[in-house]
Design a protein around this ligand. Structure first.
Ligand SMILES: NC(=O)c1ccc[n+]([C@@H]2O[C@H](COP(=O)([O-])OP(=O)(O)OC[C@H]3O[C@@H](n4cnc5c(N)ncnc54)[C@H](O)[C@@H]3O)[C@@H](O)[C@H]2O)c1
Ligand SMILES: [Zn+2]
Length: 390
């Protein structure tokens, strides 16, 4: 009889690595990591577009594991992109593969692909046998500088982003910069917004660095892009590991700065607008709002806009003007959905300074509308005169 409270302390290593050409037989990074875990069985999943862009990849991966004497269960090519998050088909297909190849909790599932693919594979891995070891190889800028180093995974449901998912720390994340080469220019560029976001909420000197290197970033100059990806990935991982709430039990979620509007906008656009583009708009909106409500200096909000425009990222999408029968913009629903997703009180991070945020629990809808009108006007200007850059 009676109540007994036990404290369960979790101590989990989050391995985040940066390399080039990870499957060269001479590159022992991955082998060393897998040996740490002791398991020998390996199943590899590669996203279709990545496999198409890297014709020799399957043979290289197989040769790598053959050389190390692992229990090789094969390489499967599966689809990716946001479409695979829209239903459970891919998740179920991966469950079947895990079952068929007898991938157990000591085996390794290695996933090579973009953020959406990694989310779907991650959810399958987190739920099969209540969690098999996943080694992520993110292949887009966004997946390397943000989503791939995170500790969660999800697919969409009930017309809502990331409604069904899990928190699951991957066994390791290997950011192999070589993969970044074959993205389209747009995908390579748009992922930089998550670096801008994390800089804005966690690290003012990183934002200054981005601002100073804007011209080279705009040209997607390789060393600067890679440095930006690495700094961003480490800032995300550091926040997760050291921020005190890795599994988001509280209501505050600084890494989701600008995301309340972004997630709603993705859905309102029927996912024709990608995550990164939506985040650029969301970050612009919440930066302008931070200034309008008196938290942030207008000059600093302008610097954020300069960076977004300078990187050729959008400030506006027509779905922002979709309205209900009362004339209310539909995007406003994003705040309530965001609150429900997090649980508890609505908590939105705004900016006090570039590099420092502040949680608020209410946004004034009229002020948000004024910021949206401002963004539409700025978008019109950019289209007329082209990006200015800072
Ligand atoms: N789990 C998390 O913590 C978290 C965090 C942020 C974002 N996300 C999710 O990440 C997703 C966005 O990820 P993304 O920006 O990587 O987009 P994406 O996965 O849709 O990839 C973009 C496009 O690039 C292709 N691609 C990927 N890598 C390639 C390569 N190396 N060469 C050629 N083509 C390649 C893909 O097939 C796709 O068409 C969203 O669904 C978002 O919700 C998840
Ligand atoms: Zn994001």
């Amino acid at each position: 009889m009676g109540r007994h409270d036990f404290q369960i302390e979790l101590n989990i290593k989050h391995r985040v690595c940066f390399t080039r050409d990870a499957f060269a037989v001479s590159n022992r990074l991955l082998a060393g990591i897998l040996e740490e875990g002791g398991g020998r069985r390996v199943l590899v999943l590669v996203e279709e577009r990545v496999a198409a862009a890297w014709q020799g990849l399957a043979a290289r991966v197989e040769a790598y594991f053959a050389d190390l004497g692992f229990d090789w269960r094969g390489l499967e090519v599966v689809p990716g992109g946001e479409a695979v998050k829209q239903d459970e088909q891919l998740v179920k297909r991966i469950w079947r593969m895990i079952d068929r190849e007898h991938v157990d909790r000591h085996s390794y599932l290695i996933a090579i692909g973009g953020g959406a693919f990694l989310d779907a594979v991650g959810f399958a891995a987190a739920t099969a046998h209540r969690g098999v070891r996943l080694v992520r190889f993110p292949t887009t800028t966004l997946a390397q500088d943000d989503s791939g180093v995170g500790v969660k995974c999800a697919i969409n449901a009930f017309c809502k982003k990331n409604w069904v998912g899990a928190f699951a720390v991957p066994f390791a994340v290997i950011n192999d910069f070589s993969f970044l080469h074959t993205q389209t220019e747009g995908t390579r560029r748009v992922g930089l917004i998550e670096a801008v976001k994390v800089a804005l909420v966690k690290d003012g000197s990183f934002f200054d660095w981005i601002y100073q290197n804007l011209e080279r970033l705009e040209k997607l100059d390789e060393p600067v892009l890679e440095e930006c990806v690495e700094r961003s990935a480490l800032a995300h991982a550091r926040h997760i590991a050291e921020g005190g709430d890795p599994f988001e039990t509280g209501s505050s979620r600084p890494l989701d700065f600008g995301h309340w509007a972004a997630h709603k906008l993705e859905q309102l656009s029927d996912y024709s607008l990608g995550h990164g583009d939506a985040v650029a708009i969301g970050v612009a909106l919440d930066s302008l709002y931070s200034a309008r409500c008196g938290l942030l200096r207008q000059l600093d909000a302008e610097r954020v806009i300069d960076v977004i425009v300078g990187l050729h990222l959008p400030l506006w999408h027509e779905a922002l003007d979709l309205r209900d029968e009362t004339g209310r913009r539909l995007v406003h629903q994003g705040r309530e959905e965001f609150r429900e997703h997090l649980g508890g009180e609505l908590t939105i991070l705004l900016l006090r300074e570039l590099g420092r945020g502040q949680d608020v629990h209410h946004l004034d809808e009229g002020l948000v509308d004024a910021c949206l009108d401002d963004l539409r006007r700025r978008h019109g200007l950019v289209r007329r005169v082209g990006p200015v850059g800072g």
